[in-house]
Design a protein. Structure first.
Length: 304
């Protein structure tokens, strides 16, 4: 570790994080139980230590600068780590009990969440997680779930949303299918193959057309609204399917249809209620999901 590179104080970072999340110095002062001038001084000191301007002040309020937006995710990671350090050190994470409902798509719930949530059993064994496999945003607004993993940012003002990165998807097929049907050499060749689709397979046609694959509606010989079913149809050799690279690259029975074919990117948002600010059990699960899903997104995008 390069200790000389750390030139700022954690309290300064905490003041900036609270200001970014609350939208004002007064809001940050309220949640941190301090004064507005103190928050301003701490952020000013952080800006001086880093040599950048993090927030801009105007009659419309506070906004993050480009440097502030670039650094906010790294600082949130620090905040999550600091919270867990404090809780583990005094044993609080072991004492937190209760149920937290997490909702995500069926495929993500089955293939990604088990690995991401595994550390929770050691960190906070009193927390019980209920996984609701669903794509409906009203799961949160109707209080059917505490945390949602979505691919679209919600617009409801009572929800908190964090962009964790982008997952990538590509065209895959079972190796035995490609052995039978032949391996395409160009993007145009892919359109001659059978396809496995989701609930609305024609929605995939436009992006594929833009990528040089003139697929037709009749090409989708199998479709399912259930992502797990579509994944199993792919593995069974029914045809080509757009699937997350996190799954396709890890499954030895399938392969990318065309090496070098560009990936589609889809954002991953972690969404919860304002209750995140006061519920320790939701905060623990939210922070764990944020780190784990961010790591998955970074691995799939070639990051560290």
């Amino acid at each position: 570790m390069n200790w000389q590179a750390v030139s700022f104080d954690w309290n300064q970072v905490r003041a900036f994080l609270a200001t970014a999340e609350e939208g004002s110095f007064s809001g940050a002062a309220r949640v941190l139980k301090t004064t507005q001038p103190t928050i301003g001084r701490q952020i000013g000191a952080l800006e001086e230590a880093l040599g950048v301007t993090l927030v801009e002040r105007s009659v419309r309020g506070l906004t993050l600068t480009e440097a502030g937006r670039d650094l906010i995710d790294h600082m949130r990671t620090m905040g999550e780590a600091a919270t867990l350090i404090s809780m583990v050190a005094d044993g609080k994470s072991q004492d937190v009990t209760g149920e937290v409902t997490v909702t995500g798509t069926d495929l993500l719930s089955a293939a990604i969440l088990p690995g991401v949530l595994k550390p929770l059993r050691q960190m906070a064994p009193g927390i019980r997680v209920r996984i609701l496999a669903s794509s409906e945003m009203q799961n949160l607004t109707q209080r059917e779930a505490d945390i949602a993993i979505r691919h679209v940012r919600p617009d409801q003002p009572d929800l908190i949303a964090r962009h964790l990165g982008d997952f990538r998807a590509n065209l895959y097929a079972a190796s035995d299918y490609l052995n039978r049907a032949g391996r395409p050499r160009t993007a145009r060749d892919i359109a001659d193959h059978d396809f496995v689709g989701n609930a609305d397979p024609e929605r995939l046609m436009a992006p594929l057309h833009n990528m040089g694959v003139p697929v037709r509606p009749e090409s989708f010989v199998m479709s399912s609204a259930n992502g797990i079913v579509a994944w199993e149809l792919l593995k069974a050799g029914y045809g080509v399917s757009m699937q997350p690279e996190a799954l396709g690259d890890a499954e030895p029975a399938v392969e990318k249809v065309l090496p070098g074919f560009p990936s589609l990117e889809f954002p991953v948002w972690l969404v919860t209620h304002r209750e995140l600010q006061t519920s320790r059990r939701i905060r623990i699960v939210f922070d764990l999901l944020a780190r784990g899903l961010s790591d998955v997104a970074k691995r799939r995008s070639g990051g560290d």
